[in-house]
Design a protein around this ligand. Structure first.
Ligand code: F6R
Length: 262
């Protein structure tokens, strides 16, 4: 794991965007795994800027989103499909046919999930998977107790996640769908690089459990300790409970110049 502590979420988002930029420029046919939520908004903003001002070309890129609420049609402003188009896809040049988001209205959910896995494989696997983290340590919507070998499937949200996400539903927890489709932890772990971002004090416990806690399904993100190429990009507040914070900063300051400069 490489832990990169930034002074704020803006600096962190720019670093994450540079990783994606490097990936896409060196392999135009890159496959990106994408997340929704508040955390990656700065990353998407920076990628849109790079597309407009620095000619970052997404025309050959394929994307797979992590998750979607069950029962929300694409036209619903709270669906993750809607989120992705309004914050990213409508502003860059990824071909429509290369965009993959779980279908919250799928009639045969089991079959749809198996097909999603098949499509990821057919695309050659995910080069960079962007992740946020829930305060309960979830990645995607793999809540605590999710199997580390799980694949794309239906999940029931934890009450804590329903509470956290009710902000997107006018604060009304009863309006948050209880079921979702999410890539599995096994699916995420097959990505060639995982980039987890976390900002703010409310994420400090989850980040500490993810980076320095035992590897356990109690904190699904802790599985990233087993990933050969995982980067954890956090702001000072989210890093607030890391025991080895000074060491991570030291390592980052000594990073060899031949490594990707972010
Ligand atoms: C969203 C996702 C979730 C979020 C997590 C953090 O696609 O996969 O795991 O990353 O719930 O959400 P925010 O960023 O809103 O704090």
């Amino acid at each position: 794991m490489e832990v990169i502590i930034c002074k704020d979420s803006r600096e962190a988002s720019i670093k994450a965007a540079r990783l994606v930029e490097h990936q896409v420029r060196s392999k135009p046919r890159s496959v990106l795994g994408l997340a929704t939520g508040a955390t990656p908004l700065g990353l998407y903003g920076e990628l849109v800027r790079m597309h407009r001002e620095d000619a970052l070309d997404f025309s050959k890129v394929t994307t797979f989103n992590l998750d979607e609420y069950l029962g929300l049609p694409p036209s619903d402003e709270r669906s993750y499909r809607y989120f992705m188009y309004s914050n990213f896809f409508d502003k860059v040049n990824i071909p429509e046919e290369n965009i993959n988001i779980p279908d919250g209205m799928a009639e045969d959910v089991v079959r749809h999930c198996a097909d999603y896995e098949y499509r990821i494989k057919r695309a050659g696997g995910i080069d960079i998977q962007i992740l946020g983290i829930g305060v309960d340590g979830h990645i995607g919507f793999n809540e605590p107790s999710s199997s580390f070998t799980s694949r794309t499937r239906i999940k029931t949200l934890a009450p804590q996640t329903i509470k956290d996400n009710s902000r997107f539903f006018g604060g009304d927890e009863s309006k948050v769908p209880e079921h979702v489709i999410t890539m599995g932890i096994g699916t995420v772990m097959e990505s060639r690089m995982c980039v987890l971002m976390a900002f703010g004090e409310s994420k400090a416990d989850a980040v500490s459990a993810c980076v320095e806690g035992g590897i356990s399904i109690v904190c699904p993100a802790s599985v990233l300790q087993l990933h050969p190429n995982a980067k954890i990009i956090v702001d000072e507040a989210a890093a607030g409970k890391l025991k080895l914070a000074d060491y991570y900063k030291w390592v980052y300051s000594k990073k060899p110049s031949w490594q990707v400069d972010i």
